[in-house]
Structures are given as C-alpha cells and as structure tokens.
Ligand binder design. Sequence first.
Ligand code: C5P
Length: 243
Amino acid sequence: MDAIDLARNRLVFALDIDDPDAALACARQLAGTLKWVKVATRLYTRAGAKLVRELQDLGYSVFLDLKFHDIPDQVEGACRAAAQLGVGLLTVHASGGRAMLEAAARGAAEGSTGRGDDVTRVLAVTVLTSLDQSDLTEIGYGRALDDQVGALARLAREAGCDGVVASPKELPLLRDALRSPFGILTPGIRPVGAAVGDQKRVTTPGDAVRGGADWLVVGRPIRNAEDRVAAAEAILDEMAAAL
Ligand code: C5P
C-alpha cells in the first residue's frame, strides 16, 4: 500500500450537508478520491439508513456519528443495528458510564453482517469541545477538564471501546497515556491557509498525523472548496508526507 492509500484510510470527510440529495451528489464527486465519510445526526435524521447504504454502494466506509448516550440496553441495540448496517466507525458518549460502554462494544461486535465494513469500531466522546470548565462545574463534574478527558478515555478503553474522539489540543495528553491500537480520531483540522471558521483549536493535517491521530475528520476545507477533489488530494498529500 502506498503512502496516499495509507492516508486515505485515515482521512474522514464530514458530510455535513442537510439535504440528502446534495449530500449524495457531493459524495459522488469525491468517490474514488476519499474512502471515509462521516454522517452525523442532522443528515441521518433526514436521510437515515438508506443514505448510509447509498454511500456504501459508492464504495465508502461510513462513520456514523450519532453519539449514543442512553441506558445500556438501548445503546447495545443501537450499536448492533449500526454494525448490521456495516458502518466502520460509530460514536457513543463515554459519560454514559462503564456498563453502557461495555454494552456498546458488545452490540457492535455482535452486529457484524459482512455488509460494508466487517468490523465496526466504537469511539467514545469524552468531553464535548463545546464545553469549558464552568460548564463541567454546572453539570456537576468536579474534575479539571483535562483530568476528565483522560479519565473518560481510560474508562472507554477498559470497557472495550476502540478509541476516542479528541481535539487536537488533547492529542498529546491522550497519545501519551493510551498507546495504539487504541485509536484517536481528531476533528479541528485545517490545511495551512484554510479558513478556520468556528473551530477554535485547529491543527494541520501533517501535525495531527505526527501527533499520533489515527483518523482525521475534515469537513469545510473540502466541502467549501471550489475544487473539492483537488482540496481532498492536497490534504491526502500532506498526510502522506507526514506518515
Ligand atoms: O467543517 P469542519 O472540518 O470543522 O468539520 C468538523 C467535523 O467534526 C464536523 O462534523 C463537526 O461536527 C465535527 N466535530 C468537531 N469538533 C469536535 C467534535 C466533532 O468539529 N470537537
């Protein structure tokens, strides 16, 4: 496998487009260039499992970013359903607790059908990056934010999850504490010169790879580019050079 293919395995395009037809058209443009697409709650609530199947038919691996957080029985069933759909990655909230995380891992492992990706990996969200220390205090979490991130990541690993979602800022802390094969997926990626938008803490594709991220999530720098294929290829090149 050459370096570009290795990079392709690690770049996830955030398909944050509300209209299902427009989302599919965008995915069609990038099919062949990219391997992974992320479908999140806004699009999934409109387009559902049908869109996931259509993306898989285009050759994509799908990251279903629905961030499950419920009683263990519900989350186990939801993860089983996602795995049966053949998604390669899904998310749950680590704050759902040990039993819920174990149930998520169990459901995902049980649900594999051979459609799409054979293995469905469960990634845990530790602390949403939209929350700061005062938000944590308000909802009754006593730990310092970084300690909370570290503690929830360790809990997710102990419970059998496959990795965590982490901001670029958290990458050094987590990569030090949690060795591969526990995976780290990082959004907040901006190629040099790209608009930052509402992302406050960003890093470049090369730095994220060098910092130990296993998957990089990139949305607007590709979606809003005049030439989406060229933008995606430039990011793959930058990742490949860092691998
Ligand atoms: O467009 P952009 O590259 O900023 O998209 C990043 C994607 O990663 C979006 O789908 C966003 O929801 C997601 N995300 C994020 N920051 C987090 C967690 C997820 O931007 N902390």
